[in-house]
Ligand binder design. Structure first.
Ligand code: AMP
Length: 433
């Protein structure tokens, strides 16, 4: 093992799993992994609030592989899995199956995935062989149970992944049917991004004194992070962003846009302003994304422009600067975005560039986080502040968070045109009524 996997080893994971982790290149457990793995290894039930992108799949897969190895070594029987992972969509099912294979590569456990929308016969054939872990969407699972191909009486571990989506997709009756077929004595893990009353009800009937972990603490992030809103005309956002980046000499700036196209365009425009930036989003190849991320992580790329979905795959936390170039449509996404900075007491700042069309979104966000975000005016970029009726605060510009960047970065920006950034380091600010 070349990487230092002490932190994974400290969670109690066995050497075969550490070896698989080393193969993937991960070095540090994500927060959900750090919290969930010891709990699951202990055999307890788990109620976890975690979204895709948090590393939750490894959070349940790694410990369940270990539990299955430890529980008993009997060969599984055909059609009688010992672990069932239920998930709403075929894409997720396939993705989880891939993870199970990856993390279980040095273990003798067999896994299989079944989902609807494809011919059932190959699945029937495959399930004649012994299987330890079955990953399934609810409808197809029930079809296979109905045909006596699958029997759920030997389940030791149940995972409900993305339970909120399963309920949204109308799977509640299917889930209830499945639950009735499971042995009472088992370990159950429930993952959900949100906790509606329906999810709580489901969890109550399903879990036995569960440990609870959450990696989307709603208010914690918003309390730790220094947040600012700059009200600005849409057409001036890019100039303002360039000015802020140069003025404060920000590094590792994660900038969020709403669309893939917008991300590309912004990255290009920033480049023209002398700020090195790249965009990542779903239309980029995996290789391009990996390259951009690696450069962003090692500090050689100053700005990464991302859409919300692409950003979910980014495993960097404690970023010094997050910029909302456009506000997200879903208020919760704002909390997730800014949650990438200022974790665990470390300072971070989140800046939102808000134009008049986004005020409603801003109100929604402020309602969600339970407070108003200070509006700071920057000279030359006053936007519609007079007409907005919002209070603009007087605030000194924050000291630069620049760490001693290497000369290669400095050189990259040294010759940047001043352009819109002007020279005003102490913007004139005033109170609006
Ligand atoms: P998930 O939330 O399970 O969909 O995982 C999101 C992404 O994070 C996947 O691409 C994983 O490969 C990756 N990932 C999971 N755990 C880690 C880790 N400890 N370090 C780095 N990347 C990880």
């Amino acid at each position: 093992m070349s990487a230092d996997l002490t932190k994974f080893a400290e969670l109690g994971l066995a050497p075969a799993l550490l070896k698989a982790i080393a193969d993937t290149g991960y070095t540090t457990p994500t927060p959900i992994q750090a919290k969930a793995i010891p709990l699951v290894l202990d055999g307890g039930d788990l109620l976890a609030a975690a979204q895709t992108g948090t590393g939750k799949t490894a959070g349940f897969t790694l410990p369940l592989l270990q539990r299955l190895t430890e529980l008993h070594q009997d060969r599984p029987k055909p059609g009688k899995p010992r672990c069932l992972i239920l998930t709403p969509t075929r894409e997720l099912a396939a993705q989880i199956a891939e993870s199970v294979k990856t993390y279980g590569t040095h273990l003798p456990l067999k896994s299989f995935v079944v989902f609807g929308g494809v011919n059932i016969n190959p699945q029937r054939m495959a399930l004649r062989k012994p299987v330890d872990i079955l990953i399934a969407t609810p409808g197809r699972l029930l079809d296979l149970v109905g045909q006596n191909i699958v029997n759920l009486s030997q389940i030791d571990i149940l995972v409900l992944d993305e339970a909120d989506r399963m309920l949204d997709m109308g799977f509640i009756h299917d889930i209830k049917k499945v639950l009735k077929m499971l042995p009472k004595q088992r370990q159950s893990l429930l993952f959900s991004a949100t906790f509606s009353n329906d999810i709580r009800k489901l969890a109550h009937g399903l879990l036995n004194q569960p440990g609870e972990v959450s990696v989307t603490p709603r208010n914690t992030a918003s309390e730790l992070v220094d947040q600012t809103v700059h009200l600005v005309d849409k057409s001036r956002k890019r100039a303002l962003l360039s000015k802020l980046i140069k003025q404060h000499d920000w590094f590792q700036v994660l900038v969020f846009t709403k669309t893939k196209h917008g991300a590309n365009r912004l990255a290009e425009q920033l480049g023209k302003d002398g700020i090195e930036s790249m965009a990542i989003h779903g239309n980029k190849s995996q290789a391009a994304r990996t390259k951009a991320l690696a450069r962003f992580k090692d500090g050689s790329l100053q700005v990464l422009v991302a859409t919300d979905i692409a950003a979910r795959g980014i495993d960097i936390e404690h970023l010094p600067n997050v910029v909302n170039y456009e506000l997200p449509h879903v208020s919760e996404d704002y909390v997730h975005r800014i949650g990438r900075t200022g974790r665990a007491g470390s300072e971070g700042q989140a800046v939102s560039l808000v134009n008049i069309d986004e005020l409603k979104l801003l109100k929604g966000i402020e309602k969600l986080i339970g407070r108003s975000i200070p509006k700071v005016e920057i000279e030359g970029f006053t936007g519609h502040t007079e007409t907005l009726g919002t209070t603009v605060e007087k605030r000194k510009p924050r000291p630069s968070r620049n760490r001693n960047r290497s000369s290669k970065n400095g050189a990259g920006n040294g010759g940047a045109p001043k352009g819109a950034s002007g020279k005003g380091r102490a913007p004139r600010q005033r109170k609006a009524s």
